[in-house]
Design a protein around this ligand. Structure first.
Ligand code: SF4
Length: 447
């Protein structure tokens, strides 16, 4: 049973040394009780206390790892219901399904395309997280052969069959890669538990509703399986939202152990079109799917889902930032325009993209504004004339451009006068209000 903050406090060293990042042991104990801190942050806690607090300090949702190679899926490990409560830690894994009935050449092509898929966004590279192999043929040999083909890609795998014999055949070939076993059901759970224990693989449970899910989860945990994944069996928009929200709430708010595991979802099941599958997948990413298995490899569906996921899983307290610096856009030289902006990644990449589109090689100087965009940083006093002038001097901007003309974002035109005082040997120009107008602005203002 979960302990209260006061009960946990009794086991802590009570020195208030702050090494855990909290001002007092009591504050740390309160956060532990809420599942928002980890006991390991206190270096001085005794072994005896560690054992006693193990259950209380167990995260409300277990982090489950699928895969044994460099590419792994880390699902779960969340501690809050809403991102703004703290942050989410492990983005919903996007997995593409293949079938053991797919022709061999098509299967190899799809597996390679999925493994090679990579997109760049705001300076980060995103890939597909794994491949699910479905035993559509109902044939154990074909299933095992298909799993072996996927294994060559070194992608994390989810093996999909409710037939323990087929699952055993596939695990014989790929069990060492730590695939997830999907799924244990009311009818096969004993055999699936045996396989999960034998191969030390995570076990996904598929149930008919939450009550059955809790019973099967308890049974698997009692049998010694620690890494579980939950599928409540719902497939519609409303019932899935309801079930997944209840699972998350029971885990986070109530500390109900049988629901303290990541979930797996299948947006293509029951969807009448790819568009509908994409909308369902978006819902699962938002609330509360930890693994989203897509029915097919369709880049036009995957890219927006990756973008959505990025928006939800960035830490609201730590905006994605660029490093302070002067970046060349194209083959910039000493005659190139010299623009200034903030270090919010989305701002940087928007402006860099527009500058690139003009075909005019340019410089883009990024000031450290703690990840805020131009107007937000300006209103917070983090993007002012003093900061810009200091950055110009620190980065020796004069060594990049002989003309000493600096182009301010149009939205902070108000800084021009002060910046002229700070940088008397520079000419301060005011650029357009919107990045997309930079091409026209160059035509009219830059020779
Ligand atoms: Fe207390 Fe441990 Fe935190 Fe120090 S590190 S304040 S002893 S809980």
């Amino acid at each position: 049973m979960a302990l209260t903050g006061i009960e946990i406090y009794k086991f802590l060293p009570k020195t208030n040394c702050k090494k855990c990042g909290f001002p007092t042991c009591l504050a740390f104990a309160m956060k532990l009780a809420q599942g928002q801190a980890e006991l390991s942050k206190c270096p001085d806690v005794s072994e005896e206390a560690k054992q006693k607090l193990a259950a209380a300090s167990r995260p409300p949702q277990r982090l489950v790892v699928i895969g044994a190679g460099e590419r792994k899926i880390e699902a779960g490990g969340e501690t809050v219901m809403f991102r703004h409560d703290k942050t989410f830690f492990h983005p919903a894994a996007l997995v593409v399904k293949v079938k053991d009935t797919d022709p061999a050449d098509q299967l190899s092509k799809t597996v390679k395309a999925v493994a090679d898929y990579a997109v760049e966004r705001v300076g980060m590279t995103f890939k597909i997280d794994g491949i699910a192999v479905e035993n559509a043929s109902k044939d154990a040999g074909k299933f095992a052969a298909c799993a072996e083909t996927v294994k060559a890609s070194k992608m994390p795998m989810i093996l999909m069959s409710t037939d323990p014999a087929a699952m055993a055949a596939a695990l014989q070939k790929v069990g060492a890669e730590r695939p997830a076993i999907y799924a244990a059901t009311k009818g096969n759970i004993d055999k699936m538990i045996e396989l999960a224990k034998q191969h030390k693989c995570p076990l996904a449970i598929k149930a008919n509703g939450l009550e059955e899910l809790a019973q099967l989860s308890e049974k698997a945990e009692a049998a010694g399986i620690e890494d579980l994944i939950l599928d409540p069996g719902t497939r519609g928009f409303g019932d899935s939202l309801n079930a997944l929200t209840q699972i998350r709430r029971l885990a986070i708010k109530k500390g109900f152990r049988p629901m303290g595991f990541p979930t797996i979802t299948f947006p293509g099941e029951g969807a009448s079109s790819l568009d509908e599958e994409a909308v369902r997948a978006a819902q699962y990413i938002a609330k509360y799917g930890n693994i989203v298995v897509l029915s097919t490899f369709e880049p036009a569906m995957i890219y927006p889902l990756i973008t959505l996921r990025l928006n939800i899983y960035t830490d609201p307290q730590k905006p994605i930032q660029m490093s302070k610096g002067i970046y060349p856009i194209g083959a910039a030289n000493e005659k190139s325009p010299f623009c200034v902006t903030t270090n919010f990644s989305l701002t940087y990449f928007t402006i860099a993209g527009e500058l690139e589109a003009t075909g005019v090689p340019s410089w883009l100087m990024v000031c450290d504004t703690e990840g805020l965009s131009v107007l937000t940083a300006w209103s917070a006093g983090k993007f002012d004339s003093e900061k810009i002038a200091k950055t110009v001097k620190e980065l020796n901007a004069a060594s990049k451009v002989a003309h000493k003309k600096l182009i301010l974002p149009g939205k902070v035109a108000v800084l021009r006068g002060e910046l002229e005082d700070e940088l008397p040997d520079w000419k301060i120009m005011v650029g357009p209000m919107e990045a997309m107008d930079i091409g026209g602005w160059f035509k009219n203002n830059w020779n």
